[in-house]
Design a protein around this ligand. Structure first.
Ligand code: ZN
Length: 511
């Protein structure tokens, strides 16, 4: 690698090179590969219980904003954060996320990298970028080795991130075909959301078997009430556990919209640990899918609340680690960042006011229902913003200067500028979404979201000192946190494909 004669080197240079060589850093190798690369050699023990937690759309801003939000609740004079437990795991790394199409990747390509170790193109599930070669996810190999396999997601079980752990498809949008692969898989536990297209209606298929029936025929027990799900255990056999309340996309509700007594992501992880429990061990992938959806919609509060619940879900696995520290590995990462979220806004300069977000009582998704119900139930000539002000106050805490609480709640009074922005968004929201034609600057203001809702989210975010740059993903790297057997491999800076390489090395998968 270095072809100079040793004797011309001063002793310090020699020591420096020795340090570099011994640390396993090979600059020419790394740069020739085109991405960061770490040494994934592992000769240690293989863990029996392996957890991979993926916060969809979760990078530093999503984690840090949740920690600042929790810290702000202490109401101390100086800034204080309350760390999410998983950020205290002993080993931290950083992974690049770009795919073969863009620095700004999607969940299918990044998921494929995490599940298989290859780079691929946007939208592809476990195939090469040319969509010719199918590549096995790590889960199939682990199953052959005797591990039981669990796949958990707060969004539909056939969504891109869960799909990369059991399917191969040219497109992430092939929901029916993906779910059919789930039903035909030999895996052991699927939990969380439902199926986006279980009967093949969206795929325009006629006479296609319902995937639930296929799954049952293949020996899966399907539980979709709280009682049936809570009754599951390691004698239940192979299980699909679907939350009793799902949204229009077959996803679980946002954590902030979850009612007392309803199941949350952490419940599906705890149940999975019970169902998968066996002497040979298991691998469980858990996705918090709606951190991503919240950030697409620029809803900081919904992102923060789902990230906090993600931490609770991780802590269920941590109990397994505490019980079996010499047999457990937990890895936590994101697949990419969503929203270009950041802490800092031009209007609030160096200040943040995270406790203002406490005023938000429902996600953008739930408020959208209020807006569309009003649009449908009120004659066009009768529609006025004043009618929705009480609901706006209830959902976001935002009020106008004529509100009787305006004096005591001055921080939440809309400025004249903000009020005219809200009025303009309200007008657009009252138009039928199907025929609504936004001009160029409105597309930047609202994206593809309900104009009134996204405007209210922006105003509250900005009052708190948070802002978003996009309704899509961004090119930020993602953090990696690890605890348990083999944790040391996750230290440093590497590519997302390396996370797969490290998991394979630790579980002794040779190809
Ligand atoms: Zn994603």
């Amino acid at each position: 690698m270095f072809k100079m004669k040793k004797k011309v080197f001063p002793i310090i240079s020699l020591l420096l090179i020795l340090t570099v060589v011994l640390s396993g850093f090979h600059p020419t190798d790394a740069f020739a590969q085109g991405f960061k690369k770490t040494d994934n050699t592992y000769n240690g023990k293989t863990p029996k219980y392996v957890f991979l937690f993926i916060g969809d759309g979760m990078s530093f801003p999503q984690i840090t904003s949740a920690e600042m939000y929790l810290g702000a609740q202490k109401k101390t004079a100086s800034p204080e954060i309350k760390a999410l437990d998983f950020t205290n795991f002993p080993v931290n790394g950083v992974a690049s996320t770009y795919d073969m199409d863009s620095f700004i990747p999607d969940s299918a390509s990044t998921g494929t990298s995490l599940a298989t170790g290859i780079k691929t193109g946007n939208g592809i599930i476990n195939m090469d970028a040319a969509k010719k070669v199918k590549v096995d996810p790590i889960t199939r190999k682990l199953k052959e080795m005797g591990y039981k396999i669990g796949v958990v997601s707060s969004v539909s079980l056939d969504h891109a991130t869960p799909a990369v752990f059991y399917a191969n498809q040219e497109s992430r949008n092939n929901y029916y075909d993906i779910s059919l692969q789930l039903a035909n898989s030999n895996f052991d536990y699927f939990g969380g959301g439902g199926f986006a297209d279980p009967a093949g209606v969206k795929a325009k298929l006629t006479g296609a078997p319902n995937v639930i029936d296929v799954a049952k025929k293949n020996g899966f027990k399907v539980a979709n009430t709280k009682e049936d799900i809570l009754a599951l255990n390691n004698k239940s056999g192979r299980v699909i556990a679907i939350n009793s309340r799902l949204d229009g996309s077959a996803a679980m509700p946002y954590d902030m919209d979850t009612k007392e007594g309803e199941l949350r992501l952490s419940d599906f992880v705890r149940k999975g640990i019970e169902v998968l429990d066996n002497s040979k061990g298991y691998f469980m992938m858990v996705e918090s899918g709606k951190i991503d959806w919240a950030c697409h919609a620029n809803d900081a509060t919904a992102s923060i609340k789902d990230t906090i619940e993600f931490n609770n879900a991780i802590m269920e696995a941590y109990k397994v680690y505490e019980k079996y520290p010499n047999d457990t590995l937990i890895v936590v990462t994101g697949d990419h960042e969503t929203g270009g979220m950041t802490i800092g806004f031009a209007g609030t300069a160096y200040s943040t006011f995270f406790n203002k977000l406490e005023k938000q009582t429902m996600s953008y998704d739930e408020f959208n229902t209020i807006v569309s119900d009003y649009r449908k139930s009120t004659k066009v000539e009768d529609q006025k913003l004043a009618d929705l002000l009480p609901q706006i106050e209830k959902a976001f805490g935002l009020i106008t200067s004529s509100n009787s609480n305006a004096k005591t709640n001055a921080d939440f009074v809309l400025t004249d500028d903000e009020q005219s922005t809200v009025e303009a968004a309200f007008k657009r929201s009252m138009e039928d979404p199907k025929s609504r034609k936004l001009n160029g600057s409105e597309k930047i203001l609202y994206g593809t979201y309900e104009p009134l809702t996204v405007t209210l989210n922006h105003i509250l975010n900005n009052k708190a000192g948070i802002s978003f740059t996009t309704y899509s993903h961004s090119g930020l790297p993602v953090p990696v946190y690890a605890v348990g057997v083999g944790q040391e491999l996750f230290n440093g800076s590497y590519d997302n494909t390396d996370i797969n390489g490290k998991l394979k090395a630790i579980t002794k998968i040779t190809k």
